[in-house]
Ligand binder design. Structure first.
Ligand SMILES: C[S@@+](CC[C@H](N)C(=O)[O-])C[C@H]1O[C@@H](n2cnc3c(N)ncnc32)[C@H](O)[C@@H]1O
Length: 279
């Protein structure tokens, strides 16, 4: 089907949560000298212009990153993410928003490598151009679920896997968790980040059950909802399952969530942070 283009959504409230967690995880990984694999199953275009017709059409970034970038009282746990976004916008205007590959590139070291999967013909082209001079990146126009399974365990036994499907197909919900269950069997010490939208609550509950009934240990769940759940069409909230999170992530998110709610939210907004499966 492939009609989803992340350019419409870059920098929205869901990206703020996803990318602030990705930033914290990658920052943690680079504290150790030993190299790691960054595996991005659904990479998108890499970098987005917020001035282009896609971002301007929806204006979603205006209710996301635009409301955070110039805040004076950013909590410590969010500072690296905000500084990272600022580093792509040095003139002080919010012109660009980095996708997950650009965030990984920001942290890139000689000893690390990035393995990026994307299927959309336009986005793979943009991603390939973006990664042209990034020597340790490997861009693949192939299925990201299969790609993850083919790359774990990494030779260094250190790795971060981001699974960020568009959920155009309902089966993405179970397929994404199943991919982590299978990858975990080969690489139980990896950090896995799975993004999800809150569109229909029962689909999120089904994912939670899939994790709880699997052999996976140590799953943190974080969710930020702009609006109450509804049966109407549309995304009301967003969340992440993080398998083997860095040990401070829970505490860092407990600082970030109230701040995001205060700056981006409204009277309906709420969040959740829980250890879904124990260690
Ligand atoms: C939510 S976007 C990714 C955003 C990106 N991870 C970020 O944070 O900047 C999902 C992407 O997955 C791509 N896609 C859809 N199905 C795919 C598959 N089976 N394998 C790889 N990419 C896929 C879509 O074309 C789309 O660009």
């Amino acid at each position: 089907m492939l009609s989803y283009r992340h350019a419409f959504h870059a920098g929205n409230f869901a990206d703020v949560l996803k990318h602030s967690v990705l930033t914290l995880v990658l920052e943690y990984m680079t504290r150790k000298e030993k190299g790691f694999y960054y595996i991005d199953s659904h990479s998108g275009a890499g970098m987005y212009s917020l001035a282009d017709e896609y971002a301007q059409k929806t204006g979603e970034f205006k209710d996301g990153i635009a409301k955070l970038i110039n805040q004076a009282d950013i909590p410590e746990a969010l500072i690296d993410y905000v500084n990272l976004i600022k580093s792509f916008n040095e003139d002080g205007e919010l012109d660009y928003y980095p996708g997950s590959p650009a965030i990984a590139k920001y942290f890139d070291r000689r000893q690390d490598s990035a393995h990026l999967f994307e299927l959309h013909p336009n986005d793979i082209q943009l991603l390939s151009e973006y990664c042209q001079r990034w020597h340790k990146s490997h861009v693949n126009q192939s299925d990201g679920y299969q790609g993850v399974l083919g790359l774990v365990p990494p030779p260094s036994r250190r790795g971060v896997v981001l699974i960020d499907p568009p959920y155009e197909l309902k089966e993405d919900y179970s397929k994404a968790v199943k991919t982590i269950i299978n990858a975990y069997k080969k690489f139980a010490t990896g950090t896995y980040i799975l993004w999800y939208p809150v569109v229909k609550r029962e689909l999120v509950v089904a994912m939670q059950n899939q994790f709880s009934q699997s052999s996976i240990k140590n799953v943190l769940q974080v969710e930020y909802c702009q609006l109450e759940d509804t049966d109407e069409y549309g995304m009301t909230g967003t969340g992440l399952f993080i398998v083997n999170p860095p040990w401070q992530l829970n505490k860092q998110l407990s600082e970030i969530l109230p701040f995001v709610k205060e700056k981006l939210g409204n009277t309906q907004s709420h969040f959740l942070l829980k250890q879904l499966v124990g260690e």
